[in-house]
Each structure stands twice: as C-alpha cells, then as structure tokens.
Ligand binder design. Structure first.
Ligand SMILES: NC(=O)c1ccc[n+]([C@@H]2O[C@H](COP(=O)([O-])OP(=O)(O)OC[C@H]3O[C@@H](n4cnc5c(N)ncnc54)[C@H](O)[C@@H]3O)[C@@H](O)[C@H]2O)c1
Length: 420
C-alpha cells in the first residue's frame, strides 16, 4: 500500500481545525495524559498492532496518540456512520495514523473501512458495538490465532459478545471495558446524560422546561438522561421492562408507565435501551402533533423508523438532524435518523468523560499484552485495582485528594472480634 491508501477522510484541509480540537481535548483528559506519560517511558506496545472501530472524535484521537506513544501501530475506522468528526480524521491522517472514516458513511464504505483495519492484521481489537470482532469471527478467522485480545467499549457490544460466548462462537479473549465501574458511572451515566440533552438541543433548539420527557430504559444511560432532563425542568416519565429498574425510577421520583400510555402525553421521547423497536408505529400513532423522538442507545433500531416512513404521507428534512414525518395528519420529528443523538447531532461525550472511558481502553490493552496467552477465551473484566487506579487518576487530574485508611481502621475492617 502506498501512503495514500492508508487513509480515506473527507477533506485533509480540515486538519488544522482537527489539531486544535485535539489540543483542547488533551487539556481535559488529564487522567489519560498521565497514562500516556507512563506509556512513553515503558513502551508496552512495541511491535503490537491495534485495530480500532471507535467513534472518530477528538477524544478517540487522544487515545490513538496515547497508544502510539506506547509503541503501537494503530489503524482506525468509525463505529457509526454519523459519528466521525471529519477535522479530527484529517488531523490523524496528517499525523500518519491509518484512518478511514468520514461523517455520513455509506454502509458499503463502513464495512470496506472495517475490512481495511482488519487487513492490518491487528493483535488487539478495540470495538464500540462489536462490529469489528463480529467481522473477524465471520470472515477473517485465519487472523484469530495472532490476536491477543479485544476490548469492548459499550453495553450493546458486551451483549453481542456474551451471546457469542454462549454460542461457543467467541474465539479470542474479550475485555469488557464498558463494565468498569468508572466507565459506567462517568460515561454511561454522566456522559450520556449530558450529551444526549446536548444533541436534542442542538438538533431542535427546543425548550426542555415544562415538557413531558419520556425516557425508555432506566439503565446507567437512561438514569443520566432522566436526571438531566429533570434538571432542565422537564416532567420526566420512565418506561421500563425490568421490575427492579422500574421500581428505582419510581423511588427516584419519576412517573413510570408503559410506552403505550407515555406515547399519548410525551413531548420528547428518548430511547436508551440497547433493544429493538422500543418505539413502534402503534406508539407513534398515539403521539401528539409535534412530538420529537430520538435515540441514544447504540444502534438505530430502537425506533421503528422504517414503519413510520411507510405509514407517513410525507417526509422532509427540516434541519440538519431533524426529519419531519406527517403521520395521520400529525407532525412527528425524528432526530439524527434514529442514531445516537449525542454523536449525530452533537459531539458525543465531553473530553473529560471520555478520558475515564479511554483510561480503561488504554489499561485494558496493556493488561492484555502483559497477560498474552494467559487470558481465558471469555468476556472478562479488568481487575478491580485497575478500575480503582482509573478513579484515582481522574481525581488526581481534578486536583482532588481523599483520605487514606489508618492502620487501625484496616485492622478493624479485617477483624470480626470487635462488636457492640
Ligand atoms: N449515547 C451514548 O453515548 C452511549 C453511551 C454508553 C452506552 N450507550 C448505549 O446505550 C444503551 C443502554 O446502555 P446502558 O448501559 O444504560 O444499558 P443497561 O442494560 O444498563 O440499561 C438498559 C435498560 O433498558 C431496559 N429495556 C430493555 N428493553 C426495553 C424496552 N423495550 N422498553 C423499556 N426499557 C427497556 C432494560 O431493562 C435496562 O434497564 C446501549 O445500547 C449502550 O450501548 C450509549
């Protein structure tokens, strides 16, 4: 391959803006920058090729630079056709990173680019949604013996990996970075909470106060979205299928009801379930004129847009990330084509959030290399100490100190003799 074949991006002249955005991201990613310093010294990835399918954002760019600082040869493509930041992709291409991505990719290009990453014969895969791993297992099995491990970023990817494990289809070890406590707390909860609202606001410029805001799914992400919508003055309604989660939503002070009831009263709907067809045509038919629907779950299957399109008398794009469907004479608006609204219509999570998530990715790669050949072919978690290290690095980056257990306290916590 000549150099030109090592990247395909929208426009190289955007690189200057991309570099500025990367610089800004680095300023807010202190924890990951600490890991970069360590990698620069220790070079844990000398001779290691890392293939990535992650949202190509400025924060991912900082992760790419961090892995390269550790000696890795990195190739990257996106993991969602709408989430690439073209300026960042251009900056990475100019720095010599192998990058194939542009915002608005066709499905053909999406899979062609995944093929290019796989063609680099990675020793480690980093995925957000499991598409890279799934392609390797389906079409490039011959590469598997040389793969040390994979690292997965999101809940949906973990669900797919666990299904592969259950079917006996999984052929190399997977580190569930998503399941780090630090990732769930900072990324799914605080990150998705804020950036989903950001996406809705940028797409619509709607006033949230006073609106009935329906959140489908009360997992880590849904809790964050509900919290922030309430913070802006919305009346939040939660729809769930799990008793425990529904109970928690009730005790957190939200109204809980089935989607067929919520559909009648909601102004804004947001799915964050990781499931399919959560909002269907039968629900959309019940919605008010002007209802806004969006999704912040991983894939664009949570809202049945195909059925909405079929049943609508007309469809048009009103603003860049806002499509109007006229259904039984009522206007229904879908944001970001039903894809992750925070990435399609906004910029994804703030850098500080991704710093924590990507500390998990960076340390998972290092852990994989250190334990090469010893990891079970399963979906595994990082040891608790590494998760704790990430929390510590983030606190340090924020300039926050905490207390330490005294020897007396350690002895007390480890003893059973002392009681009333
Ligand atoms: N937007 C982002 O930036 C971002 C960030 C992290 C994760 N994600 C994605 O968001 C989704 C949710 O992640 P999570 O960590 O909150 O998952 P989770 O498993 O903790 O929560 C999902 C919740 O949805 C509920 N649910 C499932 N089907 C439902 C249905 N039909 N109706 C109502 N509720 C239903 C489940 O009971 C569960 O409580 C996943 O697809 C994940 O990959 C997105």
């Amino acid at each position: 391959m000549d150099r030109g074949e090592f990247f395909e991006v929208k426009d190289l002249s955007l690189a200057e803006q991309g570099r500025k955005n990367l610089e800004l991201a680095e300023l807010h990613m202190g924890a990951l920058m600490e890991i970069r310093k360590k990698f620069e010294k220790e070079r844990p990835f000398e001779g290691i090729k890392i293939g990535m399918a992650l949202h190509v954002t400025k924060e991912t760019g900082v992760l790419v630079r961090t892995l390269i600082a550790g000696g890795a040869d990195v190739a990257i493509t996106g993991c969602n056709p709408l989430s690439t930041q073209d300026d960042v992709a251009a900056a990475l291409a100019e720095e010599g990173v192998k990058v194939w991505a542009y915002k608005g990719e066709t499905k053909e290009d999406y899979y062609r680019y995944i093929g290019y990453v796989i063609a680099q014969k990675p020793h480690i895969t980093i995925d957000d949604g499991c598409d890279l791993v799934s392609e390797i297992h389906k079409n490039y099995k011959e590469l598997i013996p040389d793969i040390i491990c994979g690292c997965e970023e999101t809940t949906t990817g973990i669900i797919r990996l666990k299904a592969m494990e259950k079917d006996g289809a999984l052929k190399y070890p997977m580190i569930a970075v998503n399941d780090n406590m630090t990732k769930h707390l900072v990324d799914n909860y605080y990150g998705t909470g804020q950036s989903t609202i950001d996406g809705i606001l940028r797409a619509t410029n709607i006033l949230i106060a006073g609106k009935t805001f329906v959140v489908c799914g009360y997992g880590s992400c849904g809790k964050g979205v509900a919290l922030r919508a309430r913070g802006l003055g919305a009346n939040v309604v939660v729809c769930e299928v799990d008793n425990f989660r529904a109970l928690q939503a009730v005790y957190d002070g939200y109204r809980v009801m089935p989607i067929k009831e919520a559909a009648k009263i909601g102004d804004i709907f947001c799915t964050v379930t990781g499931n399919k067809h959560v909002i269907r045509l039968e629900h959309m038919k019940l919605m008010k004129n002007g209802a806004v629907i969006c999704n912040s779950g991983h894939f664009d299957v949570e809202i049945d847009i195909a059925a909405l399109k079929d049943a609508s008398s007309s469809t048009r794009r009103i603003r860049p990330f806002m499509d109007e469907y006229v259904l039984d004479g009522k206007k229904i608006f879908v944001l970001g084509e039903g894809r992750l609204v925070n990435l399609a219509a906004a910029e994804g999570h703030p850098s500080e959030v991704m710093s924590t998530s990507f500390c998990g990715q960076a340390l998972a790669c290092e852990y994989g290399v250190k334990n090469r050949g010893k990891l079970p072919i399963k979906v595994i978690q990082l040891p608790k100490e590494l998760d704790d290290e990430i929390a510590g690095l983030q606190l340090k980056a924020m300039g926050i100190e905490i207390d330490e257990l005294t020897d007396e306290q350690i002895a007390y916590l480890n003893s059973w003799e002392e009681g009333t």
